[in-house]
Design a protein around this ligand. Structure first.
Ligand SMILES: O=C[C@H](O)COP(=O)(O)O
Length: 256
């Protein structure tokens, strides 16, 4: 029997798996079986981001220790928005979370900082929990604009979140590290996480800065997760490709 230890930190480690547009009923069943067998560290919150069409199916087969997220939603409850889903619908099928502002939504689907903030505000008002993503491109990093971009993306979220920080996780995902195999080094990731937390002291509040969990995302694997997880301001991961594989169990257990 595996032994789990309690992580000595106020911020509970939170690991998200973002399946993106991957999976079918068979592979989904396999992934859920693998995660159900785990064992997963009970001190870690685990949230899996499912393609919208499979939300209800996954919700019907997940064990209690796995929470389910949609990967996007629109900013109002219902209406003439062909192809969209609302937070009310996500809630209606029993899911508690939504991932918003992922860089693929921002770049491919041209979502602006303001639109992401509107979605965050409405999802929170509906009662969902939100993983809000931010992160710079390679061009922006090379131009020395990493912090400027991350702060700019986070600023409209402050008003959108209001008093609901307890239902928000921030995910720092440098775009150049997503799906490329180029992970940010622990030092690079920690530097941005610490800068963001420090920025939140004056732009949100010292209490928010201390309590909010900041995930790192970008080519996280079982091989690099432990070193990243050891950084003091990294409170979890948002995992893409590796969340479809059995190694996701080891990523969840990276703080053991
Ligand atoms: O949401 C997850 C990120 O886009 C990271 O994806 P990746 O782990 O495949 O690099």
């Amino acid at each position: 029997m595996r032994k789990f230890k309690t992580r000595n930190m106020g911020r509970k480690f939170v690991v998200g798996g973002n399946w993106k547009m991957n999976g079918d009923k068979n592979t989904i069943h396999e992934i859920i079986t693998t995660l159900s067998n785990g064992p997963l560290d009970p001190n870690v919150e685990v949230v899996i981001g499912i393609p919208a069409i499979y939300l209800a199916y996954v919700q019907s087969i997940v064990p209690d220790n796995l929470k389910v997220a949609a990967q996007n939603c629109w900013k109002v409850e219902k209406g003439a928005f062909t192809g969209e889903i609302s937070p009310a619908m996500i809630k209606d099928v029993g899911s508690e979370w939504v991932i918003l502002g992922h860089s693929e939504r921002r770049t491919i689907f041209k979502e602006t900082d303001e639109l992401v903030a509107e979605k965050v505000a409405h999802a929170l008002a509906t009662g969902l929990k939100v993983i809000a993503c931010i992160g710079e491109t390679l061009e922006e990093r090379e131009a020395g604009k990493t912090e400027e971009v991350v702060f700019r993306q986070t600023l409209p979220l402050i008003a959108a979140i209001g008093d609901n920080w307890d239902r928000v996780v921030l995910a720092y995902e440098p775009v150049w590290a997503i799906g490329t195999g180029k992970t940010a080094s622990p030092a690079q990731a920690q530097e941005v996480h610490a800068a963001l937390r420090n920025w939140l002291v004056s732009n949100a509040s010292p209490a928010v800065a201390e309590a909010v969990r900041i995930q790192y995302g970008g080519s996280v694997t079982a091989a690099n997760a432990k070193e990243l997880a050891a950084c003091p301001d990294i409170d979890g991961f948002l995992v893409g490709g590796a969340s479809l594989k059995p190694e996701f169990v080891d990523i969840v257990n990276a703080t053991m």
